[in-house]
Design a protein around this ligand. Structure first.
Ligand SMILES: [Zn+2]
Length: 441
């Protein structure tokens, strides 16, 4: 059942006469709290949400004047989850995306956003695709969906990971006819410092909270093997300087070590995938205080509709995962993002929450939960003044934004409870608004 702010507002009006609290308040009674940073639950807690903020947390909080009460019945309250690598605008099938117009892309975005919020993801860092209008629609309550940290169009070189032109497309030297991804604002095919600079600035102009650049081959693309390096150091450098001028950072897609080193040497702060990272380069990443954003879902389950060459690349990338995660574990490095990176497969995206259980091979339940909450929130804070949302994310603490999930079960003991959000998430709140509530009054 979906609740919108208006539903709560009508309840509030009747309570206003005896309320000493601000207009909109929700008291969540008797919950065990996972606060996003502590390995353990605090029992018998009440949480008072006022407006979009967690006002107070304690035992037996005063119910008087509260406009809405939720009975937690001893269930677990967690921060809303954050996915650090999604593509909300690119969930149509591969074939369909090649022929879809912008309206079809938009309908897909809306469908995907609502589903993602219902899976408990209240925030998403979108790592490529035009989500600027979607974000506005979500932020103004026209569409239900997660908070979005948009990258906008990804910067790819000619023949790079996001150059989706057909083999028979005319060379860029002879035509400017854009492919559907360029036309929709999902990608920018740019070469040379000048075009890279313009491409980065165009995304920042539209409201990107970070810039995404593709500096090595990718699995989902048709023409670039995983070993290839994309862009020159000086092209990466200007992208980083453009972002730096806007007081934010660059995230780079790359699997191979040459590209990883080039990205780190030129100031990239978030390395996406890094499935083949060497120990030496991981040491460099740690020295640079950068983030490593590795995913499992999309490699354990190859997206539908890929051809044989793409399938082989997904398998190659999957083979690198164990080494990457094992190295991270060995180093004890904490700046590890939680993300899924599904593209072009709506039904695989529906299995987003399996990312939690996939990671148990390398991390403890607590480590995984921290990655998906306060850890990812720290990554998002790198956007500095380009952070679109004021307030603290990823924690259940007084003063933080009220993004909360009531879970029937204890995910610290058993993460699989998170893989069935339909049955196990009794309440989903984002920014103080309740989007799902199956608890009894
Ligand atoms: Zn991606």
């Amino acid at each position: 059942m979906l609740y919108k702010k208006t539903v709560i507002s009508s309840l509030i009006l009747s309570a206003l006469s005896f309320s000493s609290l601000a207009a909109e308040s929700v008291l969540i009674k008797d919950v065990k709290i996972f606060d996003g940073t502590t390995n353990g639950l605090t029992s018998n807690m009440d949480v008072l949400v006022e407006g979009n903020t967690i006002k107070s947390i304690g035992e037996n909080l005063d119910q008087q004047g509260v406009t809405s009460v939720i009975q937690g019945e001893g269930k677990t309250l967690t921060p809303g989850f954050i996915d650090a690598h999604v593509h909300l605008s690119l969930q149509l099938g591969f074939g369909e995306m090649m022929v879809a117009d912008e309206y079809r892309f938009a309908i897909g975005q809306v469908e995907e956003s609502e589903a993602m919020l219902m899976r408990g993801f209240t925030t998403a860092r979108d790592m490529g695709g035009n989500t600027f209008s979607l974000k506005k629609a979500i932020d103004s309550d026209m569409v239900n969906g997660p908070r979005i940290y948009p990258s906008g169009g990804v910067l790819t070189q000619t023949g790079g990971h996001a150059d989706y032109r057909m083999p028979n497309s005319l060379s860029k030297l002879h035509t400017n006819d854009p492919d559907p991804f360029v036309r929709g604002g999902h990608t920018e095919i740019v070469d040379g410092q000048s075009q890279v600079l313009t491409g980065a600035r165009e995304q920042l102009r539209k409201g990107a909270s970070q810039v995404k650049i593709l500096v090595g081959g990718g699995a989902a693309s048709p023409t670039d093997p995983l070993d290839v390096t994309q862009f020159l150091p000086e092209e990466v450098d200007v992208a980083v300087r453009a972002a730096d001028n806007w007081n934010t950072y660059v995230a780079a897609h790359v699997y191979n070590n040459h590209g990883i080193r080039m990205a780190l040497d030129n100031g990239v702060k978030s390395i996406e995938h890094a499935n083949f990272i060497s120990e030496e380069n991981l040491d460099l990443l740690i020295e640079k205080d950068a983030w490593l954003s590795v995913q499992t879902l999309v490699y354990i389950n190859t997206p539908a509709g890929v051809n044989e060459s793409q399938k082989a690349k997904f398998a190659q990338a999957f083979d690198g995962l164990d080494n990457t995660f094992s190295l991270i574990k060995k180093k004890g490095y904490k700046k590890i993002a939680f993300g899924t990176d599904v593209i072009a497969d709506h039904s695989l995206m529906a299995r987003q929450n399996e990312e939690f259980t996939n990671r148990t091979k390398w991390f403890s339940n607590y480590e995984i939960l921290r990655q998906a909450t306060s850890g990812n929130a720290a990554l998002l804070e790198m956007s500095g003044p380009r952070n679109p949302y004021e307030g603290k994310l990823g924690v259940v603490k007084e003063g933080a934004l009220a993004d909360l999930i009531l879970v029937d079960g204890n995910p610290l003991e058993d993460l699989s409870v998170l893989t069935n959000p339909t049955d196990n998430f009794d309440m989903i709140m984002k920014n103080g608004t309740i989007y799902k509530n199956t608890t009894q009054d």
